[in-house]
Design a protein. Structure first.
Length: 349
């Protein structure tokens, strides 16, 4: 498959700037891959398609307030810092993106907050916009982390909305977010409410959680026509023994395993063994899934409607079948489905 095959007519007004008031009341397009049929439902109807013993697998990563604003020493120039990942807890080293990058050099000091509460020194260059910062702060680690995150704001993608609102700290997060480390929310999971989870429990639909700390690489532009030459950024994953056992038991018993989002799918396909079972463990994955690809674990998946040429669209098309998914996207546009982070969802059966 080539990059150019994943384009479609896109208009900015298709993007949802806000989520629906109730998480589980977004629209849900249900696509049956085998029959080629499409139904239009509400997200909370999703449990109508599953039975006792089926297993939903969620990503329980937690988004942290990764975007900070500060000033450069001497000049006072305004700068934006995007925290990517913590490199060293004791030394308080972080990989970050800076904007404007051309003005930020090794040795510069950056100041954040009222009364310059937080100071950081640039100690290395990583990529064109990337830097390694050492934060200078009087206090223990917990005090430092609290102060750092208090300075930050929710890293809602700019293409969703330019201005972040206080409510986004809750909206741009799943209700089961537990393990801090993501700068991008696992958006398919954001449609699940406490009420829907309770209804799943009553029906006997089981749940399991893994962790993939999604990074900005999810939004990195694919700039090669030959997709085999594209390299995904590495992201940290954790799959515990209980989740591995739940997935393997469901497969063994002939129950459906449902991947809630592309981050879950990538993790499951990273930890699957040659005999089709998944292994517990943690590590980093840069797995890039696009057609043709033979999926081993999930029998169904939930995903939002993704932007043209995105790696998420490529994965969904690989799972659902290229023609089937691109036709579904055409119908979604005609029917006024909302695209993107805060948009509607698709269930591929």
């Amino acid at each position: 498959m080539k990059l150019s095959q994943y384009g479609y007519e896109f208009k900015p007004e298709m993007l949802a700037k806000y989520p629906v008031e109730n998480r589980d009341e977004a629209r849900l397009m249900v696509v049956n891959r085998a029959k080629g049929t499409i139904e239009h439902r509400i997200f909370k109807d999703i449990i109508d398609y599953f039975d006792e013993g089926d297993l939903f697998v969620f990503n329980d990563t937690k988004v942290f307030p990764a975007r900070l604003y500060g000033n450069k020493e001497k000049t006072g120039a305004e700068i934006e810092i995007f925290l990517l990942r913590e490199l060293n807890r004791e030394l308080r080293l972080w990989d970050v993106l800076v904007d404007p990058a051309r003005k930020i050099r090794i040795g510069n000091k950056l100041y954040f907050g009222d009364d310059d509460l937080m100071v950081a020194e640039v100690i290395d260059n990583t990529t064109s916009r990337g830097r390694t910062l050492r934060f200078l702060f009087d206090g223990d680690y917990d005090e430092f982390k609290t102060a750092l995150f208090k300075l930050g704001e929710t890293p809602l993608p700019r293409w969703v909305r330019e201005k972040v609102e206080p409510e986004d700290s809750e909206r741009y997060q799943t209700i089961f977010a537990a393990k801090e480390g993501a700068v991008v929310a696992p958006t398919a999971g954001m449609h699940f409410s406490k009420h829907l989870m309770k209804r799943m429990e009553i029906r006997g639909v089981e749940r399991a959680f893994l962790t993939l700390h999604a990074g900005l690489g999810n939004f990195r532009t694919v700039d090669v026509e030959d997709l085999s030459k594209h390299k995904m950024d590495s992201e940290q994953y954790i799959v515990d023994d209980a989740t591995a056992a739940s997935v393997n038991r469901a497969k063994r018993n002939g129950r459906k395993v449902v991947s809630i989002g592309t981050t879950v799918m990538r993790t499951l396909e990273t930890v699957v063994s040659t005999n089709g079972t998944i292994n517990a463990g943690e590590g980093w994955t840069n797995k890039f899934i696009f057609s043709p690809y033979e999926f081993t674990v999930a029998d169904a998946m939930v995903s939002n409607f993704h932007l043209p040429y995105s790696t998420q669209l490529m994965m969904v098309a690989a799972f659902g079948g290229y023609d089937c998914v691109m036709n579904a996207y055409k119908i979604a546009r005609e029917e006024g489905y909302r695209f993107g982070t805060y948009g509607d969802a698709m269930l591929l059966l």
